[in-house]
Design a protein. Sequence first.
Length: 178
Amino acid sequence: MAEGDWTRHFEALAPIRQLGSFHLYAGRWQGRACVVAAAASSVDPETAADRIAAAVAANAGIDHPAVPPIITHGREADTPFLAYGTAARHDLGHLLALAGRPGPHPGELAAYVLLMVSVLAAVPADRDVHRLGVANVLVDDDGGVAVLGLGCDLLAHQGPALPAVSLAPGAARRALVR
């Protein structure tokens, strides 16, 4: 393994898929299962590092059973990376792999994946508008989630590890597809 290779921090890496500007891998960090997001080589390393720093800051302020914690992050050469632990009884790698398939999925799956992705890809903007790499999601002030997109019709579900869904006008902040 070459000096400066980000993969040296992880064991048993297996590719999952590309999600926007990041390649996702299932792996282990210090014996703990995780999903690693490493910036694609086509992405400006400084831009990717800024996104990861924003994700780390956002993740530190979230305490929700459906949002996995960032367990490590860093940069090797021109490749910024971070790793998420698993959360809420789900295998994160499996959920992310399913998220790439066409057709409808259970709302719990979609909401969980988008909660994770919103932390990874959120870029602060005016009026609480954030950018997501997968689909539109509405999040109300009480943590309610409604998911739009992901290659299918509206997905909204109240699961045991997810907040209640709210579609009340004016009660949600909107996240836009990019």
